[in-house]
Structure formats: C-alpha cells, structure tokens
Design a protein around this ligand. Structure first.
Ligand code: 8GT
Length: 340
C-alpha cells in the first residue's frame, strides 16, 4: 500500500500522515510504555512488536473502506522528522459522527502536541467526511486528556464505561462531544464587513445589525440536477454544502458578484441574461443579518472545474435534504424541490 492515498495534513509544528511499514519499530518503542498504554482502551500491554506491523497494515484498509483515518503525528527534531504519536478518527456512518482518539510518546508530553494534532484532524473530518459531530471518551481520572479535548473544542457530555484491554476490565469514562460550530469555529464570519448597501435611505437591517449581502446560484443541468459545493476546511461552516456564490463587494451589483464568483470558484462564464432571480434567504446569523438572493442558471460556458479544491455534487432536487447545508439554505431547498 502506498502513503499517497491521503495528502498529509499540516499544522504549525506537525505533519499528520499515513503510517508506513518503516514507522513500525519507532511506533512500538513509543507505545510499549505503561505510562502511555494505561490510558488507552484498545491497546494491550506489553505491546507485541508484530502488532505494530499488523496495525499499520490495518490502518490502510480502514482508510480505503472509509471507516477510520489513523495517522502518524510527525514532528521535527533539528532537521530530523520524528514520530511523536498517533491520532485517529473512526467514523460511525449511521449516526454521522466520528470518534477521536490519540496518544503521544512520553518524551513529547507537555508541548501541546495532542491538542494540535487532534484539533487539526477533527477540523479536517468535519470538512471532508459525512459527519456532523466528533465524540471522544477519556478514562475518568485522565484530566490531561480531558484538557486536550476541551482545547479542541469538545464539551463534556456525560459518563459511561469502556473496556480497557491492558487493564483487563471495564472502567468509568468521561464522554465528550462537539459539533462544527464548537470545533471548526462559529457559524458567523469572524469580522463582518460593512454592508455594501451604502445609501443613506437603505432600510436598516433587523436589530440594527450589519447586513451581509451574498449572491448565490443554483446551477441546474439538463437532467434537472442542482450543483452543490462543499465549504472547504478553514472557512466558517467548513464541510457544509451550499450554492456557489459569495459576498457582494462594494460597487458591485448582485449579478456582477455572482458572475465573478462563478468564474473564480467554477471557472465558468455566465451572462447576466442567464441568471433568473428565483428567491432569497434572510437569516439572522448572529452578529449580522444574511441576505442572500438565489438565482437559477441553466446555461453557462466553459468546463465546470472546482478551482478551489472544493468538492462538488450534482444533486437531484428530492435528494438535496440529504446534504448538510447552512441554516439559511433550508427554506431554499424546499422551494427548489417544489419548483424543479
Ligand atoms: N455562497 C453561499 N454562501 C452561503 C450560502 N448559505 C449561507 O449561509 N452562506 C453564507 O454566506 C456567506 C458567503 O461567504 P463566502 O465566504 O462564501 O463568500 P466569499 O466567496 O466572498 O468568501 P471569502 O470571504 O472567503 O472571499 C458565508 O457567511 C456563508 O456561510 C450558500 O448557499 N452559498
């Protein structure tokens, strides 16, 4: 198996990448340590050397099957890359959540490595997998790991019990969970720009909040399917599906903004004559009021390309509600379904 089926995730100090056979010896050296294993539920102690090879092999199968993403946490010591620990996400398809797990070799404790790696993988998962929540559990007295989960953005949600292989029995655990908003950042834009409606007699937005004007478009293909684009990691609400479009910049008309955004995001040329006003969303997004005209467009020129690396999906109108979308879009989906 190659390591190239997954592009490494980077943080300020770390790289998260698939494990390879060459990691087995070092992984074994780091994890065959009671101070590490005593906190982990599925790991035996002592840890047999062959298990490192078998487990690494299994991580590739699980990733290929879309079940789990176990990655090496790699740091830098001088100019040398060193294995520091492992971090993983295990997906539960039915409940749309994934379980987060991690461990760090004892000599790397105390540097915030676990939170940096776990936070990065959790945000990646919410942006790229079909999940809405991250869950985790820690052994009751494992305050250090509870602190890591809090730093990632998870909240304590209850208690339970889990089997701890190395301890030979069931022990009490604390349960944690968090959603997109807690882990990947608030649903609202970090700093709302001033409303592009500058005229003195423009209607004030609700509760005097700034108005954010966003132009969006439902592109419809000859089979009547609608194009959705997935918000990439790093943007607010990463992982949610939306209609292509974006903020209207000062001095632009809504149509000009949409034509620009469709060119930037999808590399297609659309003329204003092909943009049919359809409906709009008006949504209280916290610190600002979102006003989003939605256009329909059935004709464009050029080959549709995801220029920002975003995932795209052509979706039948009756399947639109299977896609997790921002709250403002929900009423639009129902209207599109009825109309198309
Ligand atoms: N394009 C688009 N934006 C939507 C939809 N629904 C929805 O709530 N929004 C919100 O409208 C705003 C659009 O911002 P954006 O970040 O896509 O705009 P942009 O392309 O100008 O982004 P930029 O600031 O990264 O350049 C975001 O707050 C986004 O969450 C939708 O269906 N399509």
């Amino acid at each position: 198996m190659t390591q190239s089926d997954f592009a490494p995730l980077r943080t300020e100090r770390l790289t998260l990448r698939p494990l390879g056979p060459a990691d087995a010896a070092e992984l074994h050296r780091l994890i065959n340590d009671w101070d590490v294993v005593r906190w982990l539920s599925r790991v035996p102690f002592p840890y047999p050397r062959e298990l490192a090879d078998e487990w690494i092999e299994s991580t590739h199968r699980q990733r290929a099957a879309g079940e789990a993403w176990h990655l090496a946490i790699v740091g830098q010591e001088g100019d040398k890359e060193v294995l520091v620990g492992c971090v993983g996400l295990m997906r539960q398809a039915e409940t749309r959540h994934a379980e987060l797990g991690y461990w760090v070799g004892r000599r790397y404790w105390g540097h915030g490595v676990a939170a940096e790696a776990a936070g990065r993988l959790a945000r990646w998962g919410l942006a790229n997998l079909d999940i809405d929540r991250i869950v985790a559990s820690v052994l009751d007295e494992n305050d250090r790991s509870a602190g890591v989960l809090r730093r990632v953005g998870l909240k304590e949600s209850g208690t339970g019990e889990a089997h701890f292989l190395a301890r030979g029995g069931r022990l009490p655990v604390r349960l944690f969970e968090g959603g997109r908003e807690e882990i990947a950042g608030p649903f609202t834009e970090p700093e709302p720009r001033p409303a592009p409606i500058a005229a003195a007699d423009a209607a004030p937005a609700a509760e005097g909040k700034p108005l954010l004007l966003v132009a969006a478009c439902a592109l419809v293909d000859i089979d009547g399917r609608v194009l959705l684009a997935r918000r990439p990691e790093g943007k607010p609400m990463a992982g949610l599906w939306e209609f292509p479009g974006g903020k209207v910049e000062p001095g632009e008309t809504v149509e000009e903004a949409l034509i620009r955004e469709l060119k930037e995001e999808l590399a297609i040329d659309v003329s204003a004559a092909c943009l049919a006003p359809f409906t709009f969303a008006s949504h209280d997004a916290g610190r600002f009021q979102l006003l989003m005209p939605l256009y329909l467009c059935r004709r464009w020129q050029g080959t549709l390309t995801a220029t920002e690396g975003q995932q795209l999906a052509w979706v039948r109108p009756n399947k639109l509600s299977d896609y997790a979308m921002p709250p403002a879009d929900k009423p639009l989906v129902a209207m599109l379904r009825d109309f198309l």
